[in-house]
Design a protein around this ligand. Structure first.
Ligand SMILES: C[S@@+](CC[C@H](N)C(=O)[O-])C[C@H]1O[C@@H](n2cnc3c(N)ncnc32)[C@H](O)[C@@H]1O
Length: 263
């Protein structure tokens, strides 16, 4: 069966993918986690933990008596250690360990999964009384170019964004509308103190955001070629992602938190 998640975190490109995400998103993510409060002794779940930066951040905050359970289908970059337990597991099959958890974090996981509603329910049901669910997702806001070396480069960027987000994504179950549905879903599920933030920055050729776009384009190459992209287009686009004369808005990151009522 074709797997749902397009990318391979275990690969070298996957490792670089995780590094780019951490560099761009750990700041806004930890600001929200700080705001809701993470304390020593808490039991946390980091779903789709990837490179493990948020797992390690949570372990520092919850130690020495707390525990972070890191779950991913690819655990090559996750290291067990004091307060960190790693499970190679597909969340679509349910949780690998029983809850409840004081905090569940999943960044850029549910957006990818066609079974997101089922996974969402699994996560809500695993919250301890007073426990927080924090979901970070990319929205489908158009990624506008700020400056490009030529008009052809602008057009090429728009074509790659169209193929990646409007053609390839939906056929593989990616739902960029989900990011802005999360608040409503949390409220329907009975979570309290629901709050969210949107974050985005511009990215310049050679910067982490452009390097991430380049990386995703490399990982998705066979799929993009199958959709009609040409090798020349892919090659020019990848050069553009290294060109400091190019700048565009990066993905809008929407991070939403909700709390199971304490009683
Ligand atoms: C886009 S990456 C995000 C990684 C990390 N959360 C971050 O933001 O830096 C998505 C991660 O979810 C994992 N993943 C995808 N499908 C999964 C599934 N069904 N169950 C568990 N993990 C999954 C992938 O292997 C990958 O490491």
């Amino acid at each position: 069966m074709e797997k749902d998640y397009i990318f391979d975190t275990s690969s070298d490109l996957g490792r670089h993918h995780m590094d780019c995400l951490e560099n761009v998103l750990d700041g806004p993510t930890t600001r929200l986690l700080e705001a809701i409060g993470v304390r020593s002794g808490q039991r946390c779940l980091d779903l789709g933990a990837g490179g493990g930066s948020i797992t390690r951040w949570l372990a520092e905050r919850t130690g020495p008596t707390g525990k972070v359970v890191a779950v991913d289908i690819a655990t090559d970059h996750l290291v067990e250690g004091p307060g960190i337990e790693v499970h190679r597991h597909d969340i679509v099959d349910g949780l690998p360990v029983d809850g409840p958890f004081d905090l569940i974090h999943a960044r850029l996981v549910l957006v990818h999964l066609p079974q997101r509603e089922k996974v969402f329910e699994t996560l809500v049901n695993a919250l301890a009384p007073g426990g927080w669910l924090v979901l970070g997702e990319f929205s489908g806001r158009p990624l506008k170019v700020v400056s490009a070396p030529t008009d052809e480069d602008r057009t090429l960027w728009e074509r790659m964004m169209y193929l990646s987000h409007e053609v390839l994504g939906p056929t593989r179950g990616i739902d960029f509308d989900w990011a802005h549905k999360v608040q409503g879903r949390m409220e329907q599920a009975g979570l309290a103190n629901v709050q969210a933030m949107e974050y985005s920055e511009t990215t310049t050729g050679g910067g982490d955001g452009c390097l991430l776009h380049r990386n995703l384009n490399q990982q998705a190459e066979p799929l993009l070629l199958g959709l009609g992209a040409t090798p020349t287009e892919l090659s020019r686009y990848r050069d553009l992602m290294l060109d400091p004369r190019f700048r565009a808005w990066f993905y809008q990151f929407v991070c939403t938190a909700g709390q199971r009522p304490p009683h």
